[in-house]
Design a protein around this ligand. Structure first.
Ligand SMILES: [Zn+2]
Length: 332
């Protein structure tokens, strides 16, 4: 056994991995009895097949960023409005809905004002239903042709609740709304709640996306490998430490640790930026207008951007710009 590596074990049947996945989902949800083998009784090959459904490939950090920049900085705003409560948190009371509405009414205007003040681009991931519930959001973003809008589900549904066929059909429905509202197809995919099923990456490939942004195998842009093969997708990785939700949003499972002092979060995000700057890689920060859009938090973001701009050679870019750039560098 010792002579075999995990990578070699990845050659084991992926069908087994998919079955294993749905078995574990069924267990997690307590759905009835299963006659499947418990995880601890599976062979190393079967476990490795599950691990290897999607893996990180080569680091795609280029030798240099455009115009000699030392770091690529990209802000994404997930404009989830009400669907994040409905689809993922499964909360549909008027009070929860109002928290999502705050993101559209108050958060988005503050975010837009801040980006305009600093003259930097950003990427907005928006569920199709948020586009329909709040058409003014896409209209406001489209006034800035350099801003990017990425794909982010239909109603922030949890992909782990879906079969492969359901997942395909919900993405097709969401994509049709996206194209209708935005006027073009998206190039970036971010799954709701950053979770993926074993089928998701195959769907993302088939739908012709340039990049994916829901995974966490690196701090740097990287190649996405599925079932041992290069998908051709650029992964722009995310991290919970670079996300406003767990620090500030009161919701399961972080009910008792949210409501952080903005200075704490500033120091974490600043240190992460300093690290990315020293390493010459990328810094991708995910925020939600309904979270970061509150007064004291938007002030902290203003302070962070001001700090970043005080350093020389920082490239503020959309996710699409970064993905296109690293892809072009690696194709040369
Ligand atoms: Zn989201």
């Amino acid at each position: 056994m010792q002579s075999r590596t995990l990578r070699q074990l990845s050659l084991a049947a992926v069908v087994t991995a998919t079955q294993l996945f749905f078995y574990s989902v069924a267990l997690a949800h307590g759905d009835g009895e299963s006659t499947e083998t418990p995880l601890w009784q599976l062979s190393p090959e079967q476990i490795a097949a599950q691990v290897n459904v999607v893996r990180g490939g080569a680091d795609l950090t280029p030798k240099s960023w455009p115009n000699g920049a030392k770091v690529a900085v990209s802000f994404s705003f997930d404009v989830d409005t009400e669907p994040v409560w409905m689809g993922f948190q499964k909360q549909m009371s008027p009070s929860y809905m109002s928290r999502g509405e705050y993101g559209a009414r108050v958060g988005m205007p503050r975010v837009m004002k801040l980006l305009e003040k600093h003259k930097i681009n950003a990427t907005f991931f928006i569920p199709a239903m948020s586009m329909l519930l709040h058409p003014e959001i896409v209209q406001a973003i489209r006034k800035h042709p350099t801003y990017e809008i990425g794909f982010h589900s239909y109603v922030h549904e949890n992909p782990l609740d879906l079969t492969p066929d359901q997942e395909r059909s919900v993405y097709e429905k969401a994509l049709a709304i996206f194209v209708d509202q935005v006027g073009k197809r998206p190039v970036g995919f971010r799954s709701a709640a950053w979770d993926l099923t074993p089928s998701t990456i195959k769907l993302v490939q088939e739908m012709g996306f340039l990049y994916e942004s829901s995974m966490m195998a690196d701090d740097r842009p990287y190649q996405l490998i599925a079932e041992g093969k290069d998908t051709g997708l650029v992964e722009l990785p995310v991290e919970w430490i670079l996300d406003d939700w767990p620090y500030f949003q009161v919701s399961w499972p972080s009910k008792h640790v949210a409501m952080r002092n903005a200075d704490d979060v500033y120091s974490i995000w600043k240190e992460e930026f300093d690290g990315a700057y020293e390493e010459g890689t990328a810094y991708i920060l995910t925020m939600h207008p309904q979270v970061i859009g509150h007064r004291y938090r938007i002030k902290m973001l203003d302070r962070l951007i001001t700090y970043m701009k005080s350093k020389p050679d920082v490239w503020f870019a959309t996710h699409e710009e970064i993905a296109r750039y690293v892809k072009a560098q690696t194709s040369e």
